[in-house]
Design a protein around this ligand. Structure first.
Ligand SMILES: [Zn+2]
Length: 390
């Protein structure tokens, strides 16, 4: 709640765009809290903040707990912030209990996770994991023409530590689910198995522009009529891949797009998701056949392969949920997270807790203190699984 004051909106949400003044204020507060907890702070070239609690053994790779403090323009209090502050809570709890771990613990707050001010999302964890080039990332510009390098300098977070991977024993991220599955199932904790494969396509149907009044129905070439039949088939077809498949038509664009003209062209966006890359490819092939059969064009817009969290990461979270006595279930993540990039660096696990009505990227985003505590306890015990056993 204290963190939510930085960038607070009148409707109870948060607007804390990456590298804005509100983000700077949130970072400063976070750093003060971490220093008060005895952590050593490092800022890297992407402005990522690392707060390190020393371990008993200097040669042990640290265990990382991470998330982000930036938000979307009409965001909630908990997306990202929960994971960063729960990690700090873990450190404070270990301090209070005078528990020393073998491996150091590092809290990481990643820059520009949301990707709304600077695209793409998760850019700074991506540089750390070796997915994006540092110069590419620093040069990304916002809509006003200011780039990440300038904005990092402006707010005082252009760090000197090299932004590149270093050895980590494991990585954990606690996050709100941002969907309705846990709440519907009545579970306290989600053990995240991975992020599904995503494919974006666009189906373009050609017709013939003609007058809505003077062209009889049987003499029209109307792409909307064709689309109705195609989409009916598509919604039937996707049923065979349930419950895991997701199919969304997010945009239908008719041209010229006026009331009294049969469109000459209709473009439909297709968003297909499934945990299996094979299934998504099969669905794409189905769409190629549909396009061929209807004389339409199918454009491929984006391919994002599925990501599986490692068995070690998943097992650590499972065991931790057991220790805490939390009711848990396995589930995939519908959204991308920094932890996805970290799978390239170390065994990674992710913990979800429910959010009210599944709402996120919304000022009404809400969680209960009990669920937050349960999630933080699972994070603590997941960290201890790895940090103690060196
Ligand atoms: Zn997030």
């Amino acid at each position: 709640m204290a963190m939510a004051q930085f960038g607070a909106t009148p409707n109870g949400g948060v607007c804390r765009l990456a590298l804005s003044d509100a983000d700077k204020a949130a970072r400063d507060q976070f750093v003060r809290w971490c220093e008060a907890a005895g952590c050593a702070i490092t800022i890297d070239q992407m402005g990522n903040i690392f707060a390190r609690r020393a371990g008993k053994r200097v040669d042990s790779p640290p265990v990382m707990a991470c998330s982000h403090l930036d938000s979307v323009p009409t965001g909630g209090k908990f997306d990202g912030t929960l994971g960063v502050l729960a990690a700090l809570e873990v450190v404070e709890t270990l301090n209070d209990s005078q528990v020393a771990t073998d491996a150091p613990i590092v809290i990481a707050s990643w820059t520009n996770e949301e990707g709304v001010r600077f695209a793409p999302a998760m850019i700074a964890s991506g540089v750390f994991a070796g997915i994006f080039d540092l110069e590419f990332a620093l040069g990304r510009v916002d809509k006003d023409g200011r780039n990440i390098r300038q904005e990092l300098q402006r707010i005082g977070y252009a760090g000197t530590a090299e932004c590149q991977r270093w050895p980590l024993g494991a990585v954990f991220e606690l996050h709100i689910e941002q969907g309705p599955v846990l709440e519907a199932a009545g579970k306290q904790v989600g053990i995240v198995t991975g992020v599904p494969a995503i494919r974006w396509m666009r189906l373009v149907l050609e017709g013939q522009e003609a007058h809505a009044g003077s062209t009889p129905m049987h003499l029209r070439r109307d792409p909307v009529r064709a689309a109705v039949a195609i989409l009916q088939n598509a919604y039937d077809y996707i049923k065979r891949f349930l419950p895991d498949a997701r199919f969304t038509v997010g945009n239908l664009l008719a041209e010229p797009g006026v009331v009294n003209t049969i469109p000459g062209k209709l473009a439909i966006t297709l968003d297909v998701r499934h945990p299996s890359d094979k299934v998504v490819t099969e669905i794409e092939q189905w769409w190629h056949r549909v396009a061929r059969d209807n004389g339409a064009i199918l454009e491929k817009l984006w391919v994002s392969p599925s990501v599986q969290f490692s068995p070690e990461g998943i097992t650590a979270v499972e065991k931790a949920a057991n220790v805490v006595g939390a009711s848990a279930m396995h589930l995939g993540s519908g959204a991308g997270h920094d932890a996805v990039h970290l799978t390239r660096v170390a065994p990674t696990g992710m913990i979800f807790i429910p959010c009210k009505g599944g709402l996120s990227h919304n000022e009404a985003e809400s969680i209960t203190p009990q669920d937050a505590a349960t999630g933080a306890n699972v994070l603590l015990h997941a960290i201890l699984q790895v940090a103690q056993l060196v």
